[in-house]
Design a protein around this ligand. Structure first.
Ligand code: GFB
Length: 320
């Protein structure tokens, strides 16, 4: 097993205000390392010169690249240029600056949408680039595929120990609860909560409710990232998933139970379904000795608790 000792290291978490980055910062608090962060006000990751200058001054030993422009199916479909350009720039700027300042270890976070729309399920790592992408998020997917390739290219050309991790659909504290921009789980939590407050019954969802999705709590993802940072080195990216999936109808009913909203789930087939299914094959990661701990119902309750405490207002840049 590859061993990367975090003790005494300066670890830069890019995207620490987002759901993923903030979970990674929480998890790194258990390690004997120094965590570096830089808010958007001090470091604009779209600005190449600023990124290079920051790395030259701060000199991290390791980088976890959890900064990205992210969003749900509608945001991806509506802002293709932003999703492609912002993500390409962030990845290219951070990875090149890391290399130039001799950062020995870097982890790039991608997404399960890098895989072909109709990939055989569960999706193994080697399904990458074997077929056409899901059109609602191909822009984001192309940027994330470029990130994997950047990490591989610096590994090949410069001998850098840079790796990539592909999480499935994520949720949890720190999520984006904005109905136009969010992923399905936070959207359903907010809608169910507001419907209950109004005294309504039933929950309105987008699409047919038949697509299947795999959901992983962000604290499980953060734990997997630290595990892989300490133990994995290789050209190939690693899937991080929960191991099973549910239909959107099923997840809607679960959210209603957690929130305490009664009534039927009402579908809206005029809204996009996206890819029919994207369950990841996580046998590679499980064989290394890691598996998730937070079940979906418990995880939804945790996300709802955070939503009630904060009003769902904390938001920065996150991976996913
Ligand atoms: O989570 P989501 O936006 O993204 O949608 P994807 C998942 C499914 O939930 C789709 C349905 O079939 C949606 O139609 N859905 C039902 C809803 N009700 C709602 C709702 O109120 N809001 C939302 N957002 N969806 C994203 C990609 O795809 O997954 C990103 O666009 C990224 O690039 C992310 O990869 C993980 O799972 O379809």
């Amino acid at each position: 097993m590859h061993g990367y000792d975090l003790a005494g290291k300066k670890v830069y978490v890019a995207g620490h205000r987002g759901m993923v980055g903030s979970a990674i910062v929480r998890r790194l608090a258990q390690e004997d390392c120094q965590v570096l962060t830089a808010g958007r006000d001090t470091l604009d990751l779209l600005n190449q010169a600023a990124v290079r200058a920051w790395f030259t001054t701060e000199r991290p030993d390791a980088v976890i690249l959890a900064a990205a422009k992210v969003g749900g199916i509608l945001a991806n479909d509506t802002y293709p240029a932003d999703f492609l350009y912002d993500n390409l720039m962030i990845e290219a700027n951070v990875i090149e600056a890391a290399h130039r300042t001799d950062v020995g270890r870097l982890m790039f976070l991608g997404s399960s949408c890098i895989y072909p729309k109709l990939a055989p399920q569960p999706i193994t790592e080697d399904a990458l680039l074997t077929g056409s992408l899901e059109p609602t998020n191909e822009w984001y997917a192309v940027a994330k595929i470029a990130g994997i390739k950047l990490a591989q290219a610096y590994r090949r050309q410069h001998g850098r120990d840079y790796i990539s991790v592909m999480p499935t659909n994520l949720y949890g504290p720190g999520d984006n609860f904005d109905l136009q921009g969010s992923h399905v789980l936070p959207a359903l939590i907010r809608k169910a909560h507001e419907a209950k407050k109004r005294g309504d019954t039933g929950l309105d969802i987008w699409g047919t409710g038949t697509p299947r999705r795999e959901f992983l709590h962000v604290d499980d993802l953060a734990d997997a990232c630290v595990f892989l940072l300490k133990t994995y080195s290789g050209d190939a990216h690693v899937n991080v998933g929960f191991g099973n999936d549910v239909t959107i109808l099923e997840v809607a009913r679960m959210v209603m139970e957690v929130v305490g909203l009664v009534g039927e789930v009402r579908t809206d087939p005029t809204k996009p379904d996206g890819t029919p299914r994207k369950l990841m094959d996580t046998s590679k990661l499980r064989a290394m000795g890691w598996s998730p701990r937070i079940g979906l119902r418990h995880g939804i309750a945790d996300a709802y608790r955070w939503f009630l405490e904060t009003g769902g207002m904390a938001r920065g840049m996150a991976a996913g």
